[in-house]
Design a protein around this ligand. Structure first.
Ligand SMILES: [Zn+2]
Length: 284
């Protein structure tokens, strides 16, 4: 059917106590895996693309692939801009058909973050487009975004309440100890902080950096009010490892229809697992 905004699906998740998984996609194959698995499990999902992904795939190509996937399955899907920073870039992608946006001003001082996010929210809300923003900063690396330990910062619950109120955003990404990319050492989440944020902020909360987090932690975060769970790295690893294995066994292989297939199978398993952890199966 259509690419839709994400706020209604997140609000429903918030009301019903589950989370919508957001999976980072890069190309035809990864979109197919996410959409086919979501359709088979009747799960709402968000297809997410970083600026680097849109540059790689081409804005119109990526939007068209996601629209075709939604049409083919007669299901609504959200295509979401992950960690976007520049208003003209966001406008261009909105014009191309995107209906869900993350404006990431988390690296900016508080007032500048508020001003930047408010501008994007005002523009997007004129067209019914959903807006996510982040307060605090996750450490780690995701595509071109790198934050070292020194610059990471947890979300302050009082500041989060003020931020949500002043910007008018639809969902808030929180920094409570999760990290982008792979975890160095045992992951730890600050659940009391999440509880404090939940008490003060009534919009859906988003957990970035769920790759590599133990299932129990993700479930606990959802129990405490997280309604969107972002997964990127684990999908890439599963896909790449399976393709590497295929080439190891078939060094002469050169047909993408053959060597991509095990990558898709491996990625599908991760998507299924995350949908089941999020509790979103059957909620479409
Ligand atoms: Zn992220």
């Amino acid at each position: 059917m259509y690419l839709i905004p994400s706020h209604e699906m997140l609000k429903k998740a918030q009301r019903c106590g589950y989370a919508v998984p957001a999976f980072n996609v890069h190309n035809l194959e990864t979109v197919q895996v996410v959409v086919e698995t979501a359709a088979a499990m009747s799960s709402p999902v968000i297809l997410a693309g970083t600026p680097g992904t849109f540059t790689y795939a081409g804005i119109d190509y990526l939007v068209a692939i996601c629209q075709s996937a939604a049409r083919q399955h007669r299901l609504p899907f959200a295509l979401h801009l992950d960690h976007h920073e520049a208003l003209p870039d966001i406008e261009r992608k909105v014009e191309a058909g995107v209906r869900s946006v993350m404006i990431d001003g988390s690296h900016l001082p508080f007032e500048e973050n508020v001003a930047t996010v408010s501008r994007v929210a005002q523009l997007c809300h004129r067209y019914g487009i959903s807006v996510e923003a982040e307060l605090g900063q996750l450490v780690g690396q995701e595509d071109d975004l790198t934050v070292d330990e020194k610059h990471g910062a947890f979300t302050d619950p009082d500041a989060a309440a003020e931020f949500a109120k002043r910007t008018g955003i639809d969902s808030l990404a929180v920094a409570i100890g999760s990290a982008h990319g792979l975890y160095k050492g045992e992951p730890k989440l600050d659940f009391p902080r999440l509880e404090q944020i939940r008490r003060r902020v009534d919009i859906p909360l988003v957990l970035h950096g769920a790759s590599g987090l133990p299932e129990k932690m993700v479930r606990e975060a959802i129990g405490l009010g997280v309604c969107k769970v972002n997964v990127a790295t684990e999908l890439k690893i599963a896909f790449a490892d399976a393709v590497k294995g295929y080439f190891k066994e078939n060094p002469e292989a050169n047909d993408p229809r053959h060597y991509m297939a095990p990558g898709k199978v491996a990625m599908r398993k991760v998507v299924e697992e995350k949908i089941s952890i999020c509790g979103s199966a059957g909620k479409l």
